[in-house]
Design a binder for this molecule. Structure first.
Ligand SMILES: [Zn+2]
Length: 485
């Protein structure tokens, strides 16, 4: 296997992907290199944090000069670097222009010939909200081309990676089918394609749903690439859902339009009075100084900042996976845009998938708001409390200290020694959302029913008592409720 997973949190993971040109630590961002342009060189990108780059084999193939260099020196010689290089096939051009002057076999053989580390077949990225018939037809063609590419690749028999992009537009059953079919192929890299128009129009809900559908079909060991995702505001969510690779043309495209990337969204240079960043660019210049620079220079500096901001976020994500605080990170990042909030709330519908992936061994638990209630550890705690050996005949459960069991929002009945419930940090009862108290009451209810042969005194603060009455929750006969303030 090329891909080794080292740490896990939520559905995300850190890992290592082996390629002929070296190992890539994941989650990874591959900046896009335009072989026609003399922009930031790969050496500098490497310093900023890039361990791999992506370039376009179709552009190289079509330009005689570039093609000759690539054939002679390999794609690494062309971009003057020895780090892993993924090559795209012209599929993007196919989506934008509707046609390309190349066929699948030619472009796959060409990528093999120029020694690309990750080869991409000429798949068809069907745009979102296409006609169903078109999405089905193009998916069939994509699958045929993927089979052909893998066959061509296996004839060479070296250890370069061959990818099998997943398409299907916004039809979730087609996305699942696409993922099922590519799982059967001998591919080693799995890009989720055709999502750029969704990302550009902030349709994060669709993106989240597509990733979740695909991930519930693909084997957990498959390295997944969210093709075309290059804005740092999406990294934490996408990584939390199990995406291991991103690629960024955004750093350059946004810089061209005087746009400045942050994890909370995009700023226009003209709006900036201060730089909320301390990268070499932002600490060397003021926004005003940057505005006064000649266009070409300014573009370069903005692109540099955009790369710094992107790699910084990637490191933040990796650290969060390592310390198992990725839920906390995502819940704070989604505040950057209301559509990110609604997108993340979709995970409610995928409880089982999340339960399958999210590791249960967590020490810390920070409550950050309503979305915290969707974390699997809450339901897991409810379940866990149903398997206790209770020796006494009667117990005191209370929202205050000094009781046999404490009653806390979300988790419900808690014994102090349990992780993460016994050590959860959350706002005081008076300030936490009603929904968190309600979730706690649900846990309490299950607990009381489970131990029906024991008797319980349940001391509730006014807040808990109010929510209990409001939702007309009736506790079973073995519980005596006492209002205690
Ligand atoms: Zn900066």
């Amino acid at each position: 296997m090329n891909f080794e997973i080292t740490d896990k949190d939520v559905m995300g993971r850190t890992g290592r992907l082996k390629t002929p040109s070296g190992v890539i630590d994941t989650p990874a961002l591959m900046p896009v290199i335009n072989p026609n342009l003399n922009f930031i060189d790969v050496g500098e990108m490497k310093k900023i944090g890039a361990q791999a780059v992506i370039t376009n084999s179709y552009i190289i193939y079509r330009n005689r000069n570039l093609r000759e260099i690539a054939v002679e020196k390999g794609v690494h010689g062309l971009i003057k670097s020895d780090i892993p290089v993924m090559t795209d096939s012209g599929s993007y051009q196919l989506m934008v222009y509707g046609d390309v002057e190349i066929d699948n076999q030619t472009i796959v053989e060409f990528q093999n010939r120029i020694k690309s580390d990750i080869v991409v077949p000429l798949d068809i990225p069907t745009p979102p909200y296409s006609e169903r018939e078109r999405a089905e037809r193009e998916l069939r063609v994509t699958l045929e081309r993927e089979r052909e590419a893998i066959e061509l690749h296996s004839e060479i028999g070296d250890d370069r990676l061959i990818s099998a992009p997943i398409q299907g537009s916004t039809f979730m059953d087609l996305r699942r089918k696409s993922a099922e079919e590519v799982s059967k192929l001998n591919a080693s890299f799995f890009p989720i394609g055709g999502v750029v128009p969704l990302l550009d129009s902030y349709r994060f809900q669709d993106v989240v749903r597509i990733i979740l559908e695909v991930k519930s079909v693909l084997p957990p060991s498959a390295p997944v690439h969210l093709f075309g995702a290059g804005h740092p505001m999406i990294f934490s969510i996408a990584a939390a859902l199990g995406c291991d690779f991103f690629d960024s043309a955004a750093y350059a495209l946004y810089a061209k339009d005087d746009r400045y990337l942050t994890v909370y969204g995009t700023k226009k240079l003209e709006e900036l009075h201060y730089f909320p960043c301390n990268c070499p660019v932002c600490s060397n210049y003021t926004p005003d100084e940057l505005r006064k620079m000649p266009k070409k220079e300014r573009e370069l500096e903005l692109a540099r900042h955009n790369l710094h901001a992107s790699f910084e976020e990637l490191n933040t994500v990796k650290q969060a996976i390592k310390e198992k605080s990725l839920f906390e990170l995502v819940e704070s990042r989604i505040r950057g845009h209301p559509y990110l909030v609604s997108a993340w709330r979709i995970i409610k519908e995928y409880e089982e998938t999340l339960e399958l992936y999210d590791p249960s061994s967590k020490q810390g638990f920070f409550y950050t708001g309503i979305e915290t209630l969707y974390r699997p550890s809450i339901k897991r705690h409810h379940e866990r409390m149903l398997n206790l050996e209770l020796e006494k005949d009667s117990y005191l459960i209370s929202t205050k200290e000094n009781s046999d069991f404490k009653l806390i929002p979300a988790f419900g009945v808690v014994a102090g020694e349990f992780y993460p419930a016994g050590h959860a940090e959350m706002p005081e009862d008076e300030y936490v959302e009603d929904e968190a108290i309600l979730e706690g009451l649900k846990g309490l209810l299950k607990f009381l029913k489970q131990y029906s042969n024991k008797s319980f005194k349940v001391e509730l603060s006014r807040r808990w008592f109010k929510i209990l009455s409001l939702h007309r929750i009736e506790l079973p006969d073995n519980a005596e409720v006492i209002l205690k303030d």
